[in-house]
Design a protein around this ligand. Structure first.
Ligand SMILES: NC(=O)c1ccc[n+]([C@@H]2O[C@H](COP(=O)([O-])OP(=O)(O)OC[C@H]3O[C@@H](n4cnc5c(N)ncnc54)[C@H](OP(=O)(O)O)[C@@H]3O)[C@@H](O)[C@H]2O)c1
Length: 315
């Protein structure tokens, strides 16, 4: 592997992303994109203490302006980018909104990474690999997710998702429909981009359920303790489960692989897997991408978008 390569990773300050950033440091320079400068500095120091090179860039993925500024800052570095890992994500267990009233989960997990990727794409060299960390909970047929209370993605439209509206018949647990729908947005994006932009590579990884990461932090300190010290050590023995360390190895392998493969969705062991019936339909994936582009374009025109009035705004 060329140690001159640069790898961009979002959400490198916790869980799967932190472990992956440390792994990626063995493959070249790592651009660490996160919202907390102090946490970024800790990971940067850790990488540099082991002889690696890291460049911190601050971005809040729930804020499109911040995402765009970060992409511009990265491009100005002029580094030879070999791959981008869209890993940052949230899973709030209650409805939260951004300052402009958008669903926080959908904005952070889908809109931000989408805008970030599209801003970087023109500067990426041919063959660069863009990987999204997805989740099997988007699939209503995925048994372990259903047992955990998910009912798959509940997509009505991108505008409805931004408003926090989901297809009826969803989960009884707050936050689950928003999370599953946002992660379906990631997978649809990968599959559509792979078809639309063959000069680049787009792939997805379902990292496995990692109870040892910080994703379930809303569940409180007792659940966090049990997850980290009781469930996480059991994870290697349970199908569909993983640990941040194992997930990081699989993701690093997919991201740095010297191959032409594009449009593949990998499971927690690095084997190709299928997503939901919906994402298996190229028209559905193209629709998610087209609606997301339209919403972001309207947001760019206005500086921010009143999603209640978006349809009128287009007229
Ligand atoms: N853990 C699982 O079981 C599991 C399963 C399937 C998929 N995933 C996916 O794996 C990815 C990583 O999750 P994880 O489990 O490692 O969770 P985590 O430990 O909570 O890490 C999430 C990372 O995203 C960052 N982040 C959150 N909101 C952000 C924002 N607004 N702007 C910028 N960065 C932000 C966090 O930054 P801070 O450190 O500042 O909070 C952190 O670095 C996510 O995309 C998640 O959906 C996880």
């Amino acid at each position: 592997m060329n140690s001159q390569n640069t790898w961009i990773i979002t959400g490198p300050t916790s869980g799967i992303g932190r472990r992956t950033a440390l792994e990626l440091a063995a493959h070249g320079t790592v651009v660490l994109v996160g919202r907390d400068p102090a946490k970024l500095a800790v990971v940067e120091q850790q990488i540099e203490a082991s002889g690696g090179r890291a460049v911190p860039v601050v971005a809040d993925f729930s804020d499109l302006g911040s995402v765009r500024r970060a992409a511009a800052e990265i491009m100005a570095l002029g580094l030879p980018i070999a791959g981008v890992l869209n890993n940052a994500g949230v899973f709030p267990l209650e409805r939260r909104t951004t300052p402009q009233g958008w669903d926080l989960t959908y904005a952070t997990n889908h809109l931000g990474p989408f805008a970030f990727t599209e801003a970087l794409m023109p500067q990426l060299p041919d063959g660069a690999n863009v990987v999204f960390v997805c989740s099997g909970v988007e699939d209503p047929e995925r048994r372990p997710a259903v047992v955990a209370g998910f009912r798959g993605a509940r997509f009505l439209s991108v505008e409805a998702s931004v408003r926090g509206e989901w297809k009826p018949g969803g989960s009884t647990r707050p936050g689950f429909d928003a999370y599953a729908t946002s992660k379906q947005g990631n997978l649809a994006t990968v599959l559509a981009f792979a078809r639309q932009t063959p000069r680049l590579r787009f792939n997805a990884v379902e990292p496995g359920f990692s109870p040892g990461s910080g994703l379930g932090r809303d569940a409180g300190p007792v659940v966090a303790f049990v997850s980290k010290y009781v469930l996480s050590p059991l994870a290697p023995m349970i199908k569909y489960w993983s640990t941040p360390k194992r997930a990081a190895r699989v993701i690093t392998e997919v991201l740095t692989a010297d191959s032409d493969v594009s449009g593949v969705y990998y499971d927690e062991r690095g084997k190709p897997m299928q997503g939901s019936v919906q994402v298996g339909d190229p028209e559905f994936c193209a629709r998610v991408v087209a609606e997301t582009r339209a919403l972001l374009a309207a947001a760019d025109r206005d500086g921010s978008v009143d999603v209640e009035g978006l349809e009128q705004h287009r007229e």
